[in-house]
Design a protein around this ligand. Structure first.
Ligand code: NAD
Ligand code: TYD
Length: 359
């Protein structure tokens, strides 16, 4: 029989959002959790060091596309839910090599759904009602907004523009179909851009922080007036926890920070915080390092989330403001330079060469 002590099976729990979700789970709920992660360049077990030796925490290195492995984990651990975060997640990488995005995000989600369906169909009826498949997705599936357009609602059509967004949209569609066709109790969340500690420095905020600290140019794609709706990662982790407990099967919830910012403004805020926290830096004022570079092809102009449904039905609201969240984030990167150095050695240098040399 499933009960509240039955474990969660989390995929991608060593990545940026996944590791915050796992840490938040043990802080807030503290019931067993199995973390399945392939440890790609984006997965980092250091993020989960606070859980070393923790009762109820199990890490398994493996691929979500490995059906035999997923089946055996479901048989062995009998989870009450799957929380699916594993993905290739960086738009620029998807432009350079889209194949891995389709393999992981689309085929990987298909394998998990099929394994979940087999496991779920064999349960007693009362367990079937309790089980959840929580699929963690992005607002990028909705495409790009114009300046006066209303923020994304759950009913909006999908208009993905990058290979990453298309692969996530395809996975969302599969999840929808597995609910409609087979009755699998799925819940989908579509969240806006996250920022916070432990984000891999290929994404805007940690990339800018790392480069500014070292006095290197800060690459601003195009005119820098693209708008993103930033959410502190801890608020996303909390939203996933409540979506798991209160989300209705078959429903989708948009998660966002009510926090639209143009990239230029975001980078200017980061530079001002560094000026304040590094009063002796020879690179002050850091904003001088901002450099316009060639734009990203197909670059989405604006994302904005209407999170009213999540607030109303899940009782969730973000707790951090952009100011408090950015301050925490900058402090963490300054205090954890060794974390950044570790993940930016080796293959990272090759990526920076591939993405920025020709711009
Ligand atoms: P991330 O790239 O930091 O982490 C992804 C994790 O998945 C890594 O630990 C990686 O090792 C693991 N992984 C990749 N392929 C795997 C496979 N085949 N099998 C098992 N594990 C695999 O990503 P993130 O930023 O933490 O995003 C997590 C999820 O949230 C993704 O599904 C992403 O689409 C979604 N999301 C991200 C954002 C954001 O701003 N970062 C916003 C909304 C939604
Ligand atoms: P990113 O963090 O890659 O997230 P996403 O593409 O999923 O929104 O980028 C955030 C914004 O910052 C996006 O508009 C692209 C822009 N950007 C730059 O201007 N320069 C950079 O070097 C990077 C990585 C992103």
């Amino acid at each position: 029989m499933l009960n509240q002590q039955s474990p969660l099976l989390v995929t991608g729990g060593a990545g940026f959002i996944g590791s915050h979700f796992v840490l938040d789970w043990f802080a807030a709920v503290d019931t067993p959790l199995v973390n399945l992660d392939k440890l790609t360049y984006a997965g980092n077990l250091r993020n989960l060091e606070p859980l070393a030796g923790r009762a109820g925490y199990t890490f398994v290195r493996g691929d979500i596309r490995d059906r035999a492995l997923v089946d055996s984990l479901l048989r062995q651990h009998r989870p009450r839910a799957i929380v699916h975060l594993a993905a290739e997640s960086h738009v620029d990488r998807s432009l350079v090599g889209p194949g891995e995005f389709l393999d992981t995000n689309v085929h990987g989600t298909f394998v998990l759904l099929e394994a979940a369906r087999g496991y779920w169909q064999e349960m007693p009826a009362e367990d079937r009602e309790q089980f959840r498949f929580l699929h963690v997705s992005t607002d990028e599936v909705y495409g790009s907004l114009k300046p006066g357009d209303a923020p994304f609602e759950e009913t909006f059509a999908f208009r993905p523009n990058s290979p990453y967004a298309a692969s996530k949209a395809a996975s969302d569609m599969l999840v929808r179909a597995w609910h409609k066709s087979y009755g699998l109790p799925t819940v989908v969340t579509n969240c806006s851009n996250n920022y916070g500690p432990m984000q891999f420095p290929e994404k805007l905020l940690p990339l800018v922080l790392d480069r500014a600290i070292h006095g290197q140019p800060l690459p601003i794609y195009g005119d820098g007036m693209q708008v993103r709706d930033w959410l502190y990662v801890g608020d996303h982790a909390a939203a996933l926890r409540v979506a798991l407990e209160r989300g209705k099967p078959g429903e989708t919830y948009n998660i966002g920070g009510w926090n639209e910012q143009a990239n230029l403004h975001t980078v200017t805020m980061l530079c001002a915080l560094l000026d304040e926290m590094l009063p002796d830096s020879p690179h002050r004022p850091h904003a001088r390092l901002m450099t316009s570079v060639a734009d990203r092809p197909g670059h989405d102009r604006r994302y904005a989330i209407n999170a009213t449904k999540a607030e109303r039905e899940l009782g969730w609201r973000p707790r951090e403001t952009f100011e408090t969240g950015l301050r925490k984030t900058v402090r963490w990167y300054l205090d954890n330079q060794d974390w950044v150095e570790e993940v930016t050695s080796g293959a990272y240098r090759q990526w920076m060469e591939t993405n920025y040399a020709g711009r």
